[in-house]
Design a protein around this ligand. Sequence first.
Ligand code: PEP
Ligand code: MG
Length: 758
Amino acid sequence: MNILDSLRTIVQEVNSARSLPEVLTIIVKEVQEVMQAEVCSVYLFDETDQRYVLMSTEGLRQESIGKVRLAMGEGLVGLVAAKEEPLNLQDADKHPNFAYFEEIGEEIFHSFLGVPIIHHRKVLGVLVLQQQTQRRFAAEEEAFMVTVCAQLSGAIAHAEATGALRELASAGRGKSREAIFHGIPSSSGVGIGRVVLAHQTMDLASVPARYTEDPKAEVRIFRKALRAAKRDMRNLGVGLEDKLSSEELALFDVYIRMLDDDSLGGEVVEAIKAGQTAQSAWSSVILEHVRTFRQMDDPYLRERAADVEELGKRVLGHLLATNTPKTPLPRRVVLVGEDLSATALADIPVNQLVGIISLKGSSNSHMAIVGRALGIPTVMGAVDIPWTELEGQELIVDGSTGDVVSRATRTLRRAYVQRQREEKTLIEGLEKLRDVPCKTSDGSSFSLWINTGLRQDNVQSLRSGAEAVGLFRTEIPFLLRSSFPTEDEQIAIYREHLEAFSPRPVTMRTLDIGGDKDLPYFPIEEENPFLGWRGIRISLDHPEIFLVQIRALLRASEGLNNLRIMLPMISNVPELDRALALIHRAYTELTEEEGYNIQMPPLGAMIEVPAAVYQVAEISQRVDFLSVGTNDLTQYLLAVDRNNPRVAGLYDALHPSVLRALKIIYDQASTVDCQLSVCGEMAGDPLSAAVLLGLGYENFSMSATSLLRVKAMLLNISRKGAADLAKRALRMSDAASVAEFMLTALNQLNSTESGAAS
Ligand code: PEP
Ligand code: MG
């Protein structure tokens, strides 16, 4: 096997391992074998005593595991960790940092190669190779070790984080030892409820660990699935008789036999009798066999791992199709999923939803935006949560810090309940601002609008006292369906919202799918979805979809006349012209040919792509209003995928480049008579809204839950003061400095102004 193949095998095995000790054993065994070294050991950082501990070894005495502990900078291992770089020595024992541990018996090993295992800039541990002969490890060997460590650091971090919870699960019930996981704070507030897992997948590793009270029924379900899978196999074999060799055809018989009682089938039945559900037992038995096959020396047998996995998925498919009785929803639901999108909300009544957790995605993913719109505490990018094992457990979701707590101690739970009460009081305190006119402390007017798209937040939106809907994301109702809505169905959706807000204007944005918003019935597979087929690009390529939407919007507005139509993702003038021409065509057809009495609505474009920033002049001459989408503008300007938790720390709308772009937009738009607003999430953050006010913006559109907080901020500052602050912020070099400066300045401003008022 070449080195790349070895690496692939190690990564595959590690990824399918079920526990941290298993991960570490695989690493030391495989690396020792591939590198043909006498010793391979892994040391991991122990938070409790701040030391690097020998966790697994091949070649040193097993009794020394857990006993050898080195502080940062101590010994060669501690030195590798401190310097965060590999150390390759041919005479390790002569190095000043060499520390001798009798219990591991390493005095005979002269050569040493230590490589740090780094995950998200943190040194998790050190992987070490040792050799008796005095030699320097070759550069290629060092490169291989660096690659292994880089590839495995995520898996180690994940196994470490989830290990604690698994230990608890197997150690019996009743004991409360909390585990805290960290994700990206995405919608503030605290939610406490029981886990419901979103939709099932065909992935064996994602099958939740579930237990049954009725093993007999589960065995029946399992046998039925096996019969169906065997039938599939036979049919497949028959259909392929003339295409496959006799040896290949014989494989089908082998697979069918593998499903028998004296083989896999029997093992699974035993696991079901021991308490697991059919799905859960099947996936764990299959994964175990896949791992065994992958570890085999014989390449032919190793490749059979893929066949067993395929077989596993086939049976799983039949198991998922069996209608097992659904357990009733808990009263308070924390919805957890690997990659949640608004589609998942279709199955859960929103009034029961108290928390949302997604392993993938980031705070500007659309799931997070929907969470904020509904005021539901949301944590995204919680990559280390062992989600398949949490069903039914109580979790605390802290959407303000990104913490997720399972098995909380009573004290911690009480503290969170107290936080919930305080937040409720705070929100109630803000209610009194609802009817206060929107004027800054020096009398300058501003407008607060809302972003919506879900029927469920209409009530809250109306109660917030908003003057208009600045952004209605029409794709959200599309996401919650199983096929494209017809013209009449769309009319009903739009009309309901236009009526609810009438006479206030409602800005309906045309379908903005693509990126992280895939319609279940219109999947788009792309390498770079955010740079690909998105928003207006899809609408222009599918005029039959776009025109139906425009007709529905226009017809829904008949007699109400409070519609505004907005176009997303405009990146050049010709596409804007084409879209406007289609809108005018639909309008003419409806009014002149079909006799509808409809007013032409104001038309607008979003400024959310850097190219549009520099063409605001041309764009604004063609439309009645502009709205800045800071969510996309930030991702495109900073080259940071808004949906990727790995780079979430780099995503910051207060980056001076974003502020400078916002200034360019404002300056260009103010030379023409074109209304300007901001509808990205930035407008809903009080501190950022103050910066926007300072840059000249007057119209802010945000989720209903943010409105009164932003109002409280803007009522308290003067336009002139904000302009001075923004001027200084524009000259700063980085986002953190802007945030710190604004926070300090606004605190001072508020205390001076409240001092002056008293
Ligand atoms: C934006 O990009 O800022 C925006 C408002 O649109 P969305 O978040 O729906 O992409
Ligand atoms: Mg956008």
